[in-house]
Design a protein around this ligand. Structure first.
Ligand code: ZN
Length: 255
């Protein structure tokens, strides 16, 4: 799980994480870390390449709030996986964002069922959520002296959230640079990586130990179900998030 190996895998798999070209070994990262499969894989990616890595989660009244409880366990287990990861892992932060549930209107915080809508976005879509998370992340990174923001799932997700697209992130990078007079890169290692490749990437970054950790301790299910255990982890088994996770796992295993 050397840094060089991790970096090569990412560069091969994701052609437009443009920020990579400017990276040096001295960069420090803030990882938006929800406690899910994707953000845990992103955290491993960051630990493989940055000398200091801090983590940030958000409490916005999400249905799958159970993922927040998973975060501490995952961070502890990640540190136990590799001594160099333990040395690089810095402070963890959680910010309350109750305004998102006040705005409401999404199945992610308990309103209505989880389904695709006429506009081709799932009912779990929270308008601007990723923009808000990244902006808060950048503000905290500014205070903490960190210069890279690492975000999770993007692009190939069934949902295609418009605030996860690279063009949106490029515009936000520009806005943050102008608004804070600070150069901060937004890196999305999973931009062009589907769920099967996300499992594969975890295996490449941290071996069977990391895959086991992700199966056992990360949370993906939109319904917050942690009572049903499958070979791909815990979840209701039939929400869109569970479906993606299961299909990716099966596809990776079959490859
Ligand atoms: Zn589920």
């Amino acid at each position: 799980m050397s840094a060089a190996r991790g970096a090569r895998i990412i560069l091969d798999g994701a052609k437009d994480i443009g920020s990579c070209q400017h990276m040096t070994q001295t960069q420090k990262a803030m990882v938006l870390f929800s406690g899910g499969q994707d953000s845990t894989t992103c955290l491993a990616h960051a630990l493989a390449r940055y000398e200091r890595v801090e983590t940030l989660g958000f409490d916005y009244g999400q249905n799958h709030r159970v993922e927040l409880d998973c975060r501490h366990v995952i961070l502890q287990k990640m540190a136990e996986l590799a001594p160099d990861w333990a040395a690089r892992l810095g402070d963890d932060h959680v910010l309350d964002m109750p305004a998102l549930s006040e705005i409401g209107g999404t199945a992610l915080i308990g309103e209505g069922e989880i389904k695709m809508q006429a506009n081709n976005l799932p009912s779990t879509f929270v308008p601007g959520r990723n923009l808000l998370f990244l902006t808060y992340g950048a503000a905290l990174a500014y205070r903490r002296g960190l210069d890279v923001l690492v975000g999770g799932r993007c692009g190939t997700d069934y949902s295609g959230y418009p605030d996860c697209r690279r063009a949106t992130l490029d515009a936000l990078e520009t806005a943050l640079a102008r608004g804070m007079e600070m150069q901060i890169s937004i890196e999305t290692p999973l931009m062009h990586v589907d769920k099967a490749a996300t499992w594969k990437l975890a295996d490449e970054l941290g071996g069977a130990g990391l895959v086991d950790l992700i199966v056992e301790h990360t949370h993906t299910c939109y319904r917050g179900n942690r009572s049903l255990r499958h070979d791909w982890g815990y979840g209701c088994g039939d929400c869109p998030a569970c479906d993606l996770r299961r299909r990716g796992f099966d596809e990776w295993k079959a490859a």
